[in-house]
Write a protein that binds this ligand. Structure first.
Ligand SMILES: NC(=O)c1ccc[n+]([C@@H]2O[C@H](COP(=O)([O-])OP(=O)(O)OC[C@H]3O[C@@H](n4cnc5c(N)ncnc54)[C@H](OP(=O)(O)O)[C@@H]3O)[C@@H](O)[C@H]2O)c1
Length: 267
């Protein structure tokens, strides 16, 4: 059974490759723009191509049974049609909560008629890297909406679920909401990073407009969108779901463990 991993050097895709190998997959193909520089494990067949340029895909899709689909919105519909034409028999896509920005990914997958598994992660733990410059520079994090809570997930846990959904039976047609194991406020996340560093950090809430100004520096046009999202989440904490534990048989990565593993990001 040949499995194609797209976005195979990406944050999630690279970990999907590792998980597949760890679970015993022997016929893994990885899509990358530059196989020579991708640094993929030797037993993986690295093929040249990019989801954003669908004309590069037919050769990569030839002979593929199952595919991990990284989320590239712009070309998704065409990519899914090519996968169907090539005879792919299962697509495991990473989208997001139903109805959000990533919905077009699930729509394109379903339109192409290939049996699917939708992975619907919420926020990623790695997004906490947004605080890395402030934490490296001092003990105060100026941000907003410190009481807003959600349950961010580690990329490793998304990849662990993805690999199982590629290899195992019984998942087709399912949508899996994926979160970390606990809901934490933004303030609690900063304090947890501090604990991992052995430092006492303070979270200072900025007024909305100042937060947008600050976010615009880091995110450009998405700053206002991100801040508005936080405002809407105020008073509506995202509950943690246990899908990762149920599907992998091991507890999801806690934010504290993630912080301990990623202290370099904040030094
Ligand atoms: N719930 C959520 O928060 C959510 C849900 C879904 C997605 N997302 C977002 O979607 C992204 C998903 O991460 P991911 O790990 O799948 O992918 P990623 O880290 O964005 O990597 C995608 C891969 O695509 C390839 N690529 C080739 N040309 C590229 C180009 N011009 N621009 C960008 N990538 C190019 C690169 O691999 P090669 O160079 O090897 O070809 C790259 O490693 C993240 O940015 C995440 O924030 C978020």
């Amino acid at each position: 059974m040949k499995i194609l991993v797209t976005g195979a050097t990406g944050g999630v895709g690279r970990l999907v490759v590792d998980e597949l190998l760890a679970l015993g997959a022997t016929d893994v193909r990885a899509l990358t723009v530059n196989p020579a520089r991708a640094g993929l494990p030797a037993q993986v067949e690295a093929v040249r191509g990019y989801l954003g340029r669908p004309e590069t895909l037919p050769a990569a899709l030839a002979g593929v049974d199952r595919m991990y689909l990284a989320p590239l919105v712009e070309t998704n519909e065409q990519v899914c049609r090519l996968a169907a034409d090539a005879g792919v028999r299962r697509i495991v896509d990473m989208a997001g909560a139903k109805g959000d920005h990533w919905q077009v990914i699930e729509d394109g997958v379903e339109a192409c008629g290939v049996p699917f598994v939708h992975l619907e992660p919420g926020e990623f733990m790695i997004n906490s890297g947004i605080w890395s410059a402030q934490i490296a520079a001092g003990d105060v994090v100026r941000d907003g909406y410190g009481d807003v809570a959600n349950a961010p997930i580690a990329l490793e846990d998304i990849a662990a679920v993805a690999a199982r959904c590629l290899l195992e039976e019984g998942h087709e047609g399912r949508s899996y909401e994926l979160t970390g194991p606990e809901s934490l406020t933004r303030r609690e996340r900063v304090l947890t990073i501090g604990a991992a560093l052995g430092r006492e950090l303070t979270y200072v809430d900025l007024p909305h407009d100042e937060l947008v100004e600050q976010l615009n520096l880091a995110m450009g046009e998405y700053g206002a969108w991100y801040a508005d999202g936080l405002r809407q989440m105020a008073g509506h904490p995202q509950a943690a779901v246990q899908t990762v534990a149920e599907l992998t048989g091991r507890p999801g990565t806690t934010f504290a463990a993630w912080a301990r593993d990623n202290t370099d990001m904040f030094r």
